[in-house]
Design a protein around this ligand. Sequence first.
Ligand SMILES: CC(C)(COP(=O)(O)OP(=O)(O)OC[C@H]1O[C@@H](n2cnc3c(N)ncnc32)[C@H](O)[C@@H]1OP(=O)(O)O)[C@@H](O)C(=O)NCCC(=O)NCCS
Length: 199
Amino acid sequence: MGLSWRRGGTRLVIRHYEPSDEPDWLVCHALIDRRRQLDVKPTYAGRSAELVAASEEGEIVGFLDVEIESEPGALCWRADGCSGFVHELGVLREYRQHGLARRMVAAGVQWLRGQGVRRLELWATDDGMRAFAEQIGCRRIAEYRQFDLRHYGAKVERLLRQSGSRPALYFVDMTRLQTERSRFTLPGDLVCTGFELSW
Ligand SMILES: CC(C)(COP(=O)(O)OP(=O)(O)OC[C@H]1O[C@@H](n2cnc3c(N)ncnc32)[C@H](O)[C@@H]1OP(=O)(O)O)[C@@H](O)C(=O)NCCC(=O)NCCS
């Protein structure tokens, strides 16, 4: 891949992840995603592109993991041919707003094209990622409210089912839940917005 450019005095390169990157990758991930601490770098059963943005000194400053689903709908919301699914995307705070994530997604798209894939799905749980996705031309396709039913107990689960929502593990259809929202207080829940990019 070897796409490289300079940011200030630092030369950055986007390249494929290598096993020796794991310690740096985990540090980078921990600094970006404080909700989900990982002990090992995720691996994927399907065809995947695992990209990193690294400085000349080898510091990992960003990452993108994309997997091609094994059958339509296996990973993606839209079961519209086998698509690419973004599992991990992040850039260290001090390297943001310099086009790094845009370049990594472009490299991911180039790889997907080479694999005969025409679509990518990306899910965002914070406003920064939502703004980024829209800025790079993604289209909103769905929205979920995500929370852990174990925090709420059987009573809430029963109410949700009665309301017509279908809790599938810990995910609840937001569209239906909104109409029932006055009946629930759900602290700490997370809005997940689905985006697609097609070419
Ligand atoms: C979202 C994120 C990946 C963007 O990375 P980035 O390298 O700063 O993005 P880019 O510089 O390539 O931005 C591309 C475009 O999106 C816009 N954009 C990026 N982040 C934005 C934000 N927070 N608000 C508004 N616009 C934003 C940029 O301004 C740019 O627009 P332009 O090309 O018109 O100037 C980064 O902010 C991040 O890592 N956030 C945390 C993600 C996370 O928690 N990941 C772990 C779990 S998946």
